[in-house]
Design a protein around this ligand. Structure first.
Ligand code: ATP
Length: 299
């Protein structure tokens, strides 16, 4: 289990991470969210021991993270950092050996992952000959070649097409099933929502929201009511607790301030003809994120 306890990081006088605490258990997928500059990469660098925290403790299975423990960690960095003149095989062997693996074992694992990512033909190709997406697959493979207990993925989906996003997600789920603890950052809330179980939202290095995604959504009292009916939009906008009414190609979405106002909306809808749907939904993670961070989140 990864445990961060009251971790703070200063760069000179600037506080980049402020009293951050969370745990990631075995087989758990944890999201570290925040806008640019919120402190995600700094947190990752402290976890892998590249940076020292100014205050607080970081442990993996109860042990401080030093050189011995770091062999059990995989890290996909945000910037792509492959040695482009090497072949795929040479690159992965290079990383595997650094992690203390025998060449024979590395090659066995490499064949499995190349097949899993549908790029078996690229084994002898130079990295620079590969497309960006395929380079990213190789970088991902290098970060998991040591079968890490803890896998850190900094923006793993950036630059991938939807098919490859799905493939990466599948692989991440496979690793989770094997018990790997996975912590990742992403700017795309829909990706986080798809498979993240627990999360922290960072604003200026501070956690403003943390916990299980399910609980966060349930406890968030703003709701969206989806309606199909011959509705009077102006009248709906005037119902108590309604903050906005959107007409989409599918239905009408009524945003309410809190679940206290569901009945008020229902009573208004009862007046309308052709009501075929009345559905109360939790807001999307993106909406929750925006309300906590208070800025438009760029993907
Ligand atoms: P992004 O999404 O853009 O990668 P991030 O959440 O990963 O952002 P960090 O890179 O951890 O954010 O940066 C957090 C803050 O610390 C930023 O204000 C950044 O400018 C500052 N910072 C990062 N590295 C250093 C450094 N080496 N020296 C001084 N300040 C730094």
């Amino acid at each position: 289990m990864l445990k961060l306890e009251n971790v703070t990081k200063y760069y000179d006088n600037f506080k980049a991470v402020d009293n951050l605490s969370f745990t990631v258990k075995e087989g758990e997928i944890f999201g570290l969210l925040g806008v640019n500059g919120a402190g995600k990469t700094t947190t990752f660098r402290m976890i892998i021991g590249l940076l020292d925290s100014t205050e607080g403790n970081i442990t993996l299975d109860g042990k401080k993270i030093d050189y011995n423990v770091s062999d059990k960690i995989g890290f996909l960095t945000e910037e792509r950092s492959l040695l482009t003149k090497l072949t795929v095989k040479e690159q992965v062997i290079f990383y595997g050996v650094l992690k203390g693996l025998e060449e024979k074992e590395i090659l066995k694992r490499l064949d499995y992952w190349l097949d899993r990512f549908h790029i078996t033909d690229y084994k002898e190709k130079k990295i620079k000959e590969l497309s960006k997406g395929n380079q990213q697959k190789i970088q991902f493979i290098t970060s998991i070649i040591n079968e890490p207990k803890l896998l850190i993925l900094d923006e793993p989906f950036s630059g991938l097409d939807p098919i490859n996003v799905e493939l990466f997600m599948d692989v991440i789920r496979e690793l989770k099933k094997k018990g790997t603890s996975i912590i990742f950052s992403s700017h795309r809330m829909e990706h986080v929502e798809l498979f993240c179980e627990k999360l922290v939202i960072l604003v200026h290095g501070q956690s403003v929201l943390s916990g299980s995604l399910k609980e966060i959504k349930k406890s968030y009292r703003k709701k969206n009511i989806h309606v199909k009916a011959d509705a009077n939009i102006d009248a709906l906008k005037k119902v108590k607790g309604v903050v906005d009414v959107l007409e989409t190609s599918e239905d009408i979405v009524i945003k309410i301030e809190s679940d206290d106002y569901i009945d008020d909306v229902f009573n208004e809808i009862k007046k309308y003809k052709n009501v075929t749907e009345f559905r109360v939904e939790d807001p999307s993670l993106n909406e929750i994120f925006l309300s906590k961070v208070g800025v438009v989140y760029e993907s």
